[in-house]
Design a protein around this ligand. Structure first.
Ligand SMILES: NC(=O)c1ccc[n+]([C@@H]2O[C@H](COP(=O)([O-])OP(=O)(O)OC[C@H]3O[C@@H](n4cnc5c(N)ncnc54)[C@H](OP(=O)(O)O)[C@@H]3O)[C@@H](O)[C@H]2O)c1
Length: 287
């Protein structure tokens, strides 16, 4: 039995859909009954209510669990501390494998949230438990955050250069890969880069949107200052703003480019292209 944290989030739900499709069971952590209700329709999972930061959440729920899948909320300042506590408890419960949802290129110190994931990966090397680390690139689904402006105004707005290239990956592919990894013994002590099949610039993303939507869509760069102002107005905390600006500065210079081969090997098929992703969204809506 696998114990999965962050189950009601974007990533967690995608993994649950894939687990459900392959008839697999899981014990899943959410933090409210509202979140529990929101995932019941996905499949027949054992839902546990608790706080990721409270060790008692795990202690009472790891009996008969043999694997942990650690998904930390995006840009959490204490991802490493939570992970270390979870590893300590995993050892007490004789957990056989610790699966960690990391990110592509955690080695980049200039992006503090990547760097923290790198330190978490390093902790796994010495913890004495088999591990598997998934390193996904940015999700294609992130584009949907600006869907209204894209479809109504023809504006695809990004807070970094429109020439920055990212190997965006379909979160459904990541979920399917995660389900395969959970059910297989082939991935012990593996570090797996999960990148999409094309390293698209933001102008190319806009061009694909134009083609698929049948209307002109332009990629527009929002200045960091303007993005920061909007984020402050929306109530985002100062640390998160700083971390994300670090990320935009990095994307401006280097983008985030990976290789799709590992994902193709795990899925045993070609990873989804952005065009295929858009066609699915238009035909079936957002998952
Ligand atoms: N987004 C990307 O493009 C991308 C790419 C690669 C890797 N990743 C990584 O994927 C991971 C997950 O990202 P995501 O976008 O799926 O995150 P998410 O949607 O924010 O999901 C996190 C979930 O954890 C819950 N949560 C937060 N604090 C909690 C607590 N104290 N106790 C229990 N549950 C708590 C959240 O609940 P609330 O909604 O109530 O806060 C939410 O349901 C992150 O580590 C991120 O770095 C993301």
């Amino acid at each position: 039995m696998i114990f999965l944290t962050g189950a009601a989030g974007k990533t967690g739900r995608s993994i649950l859909r894939a687990l459900s499709a392959s008839g697999m069971r899981a014990k899943v952590l959410v933090r409210s009954s509202k979140q529990a209700d929101s995932i019941r329709s996905i499949g027949d999972f054992e839902i546990v209510l608790g706080d990721l930061r409270d060790p008692s959440t795990y202690e009472s729920n790891l009996i008969n669990v043999d694997q942990i899948y650690y998904i930390c909320p995006n840009i959490a300042p204490d991802e490493l501390e939570i992970g270390k506590t979870l590893i300590k408890i995993a050892r007490q419960f004789n957990i056989q494998r610790f699966i960690y949802h990391s990110v592509l290129h955690p080695q980049v110190e200039a992006m503090p949230h990547h760097w923290q994931k790198m330190r978490m990966e390093e902790t796994l090397f010495t913890c004495g438990i088999n591990f598997t680390i998934l390193q996904p690139c940015a999700y294609m689904q992130n584009v949907l955050a600006g869907w209204k402006k894209i479809t109504e105004e023809g504006k695809y707005i990004v807070p970094y250069s429109v020439s920055s290239r990212l190997s965006i990956v379909d979160l459904n592919d990541v979920g399917e890969a995660a389900a395969r990894i959970i059910s297989s013994r082939d991935f012990a002590n593996a570090i797996l880069e999960l990148a999409g099949p094309e390293a698209l610039s933001q102008s190319e993303v806009a061009a694909e949107l134009s083609t698929v939507l049948g209307r002109s869509v332009e990629a527009i760069e929002l200045s960091h200052a303007e993005w920061k102002h909007n984020a402050q107005q929306s109530g985002m905390d100062a640390r998160q703003i700083e971390v994300l600006i670090n990320m935009f500065e990095y994307y401006d210079q280097y983008g985030l480019v990976g290789n799709p081969w590992v994902l193709e090997h795990i899925l045993n098929r070609k990873p989804t292209t952005f065009k295929q992703f858009l066609a699915r969204i238009l035909n079936f809506g957002e998952e």
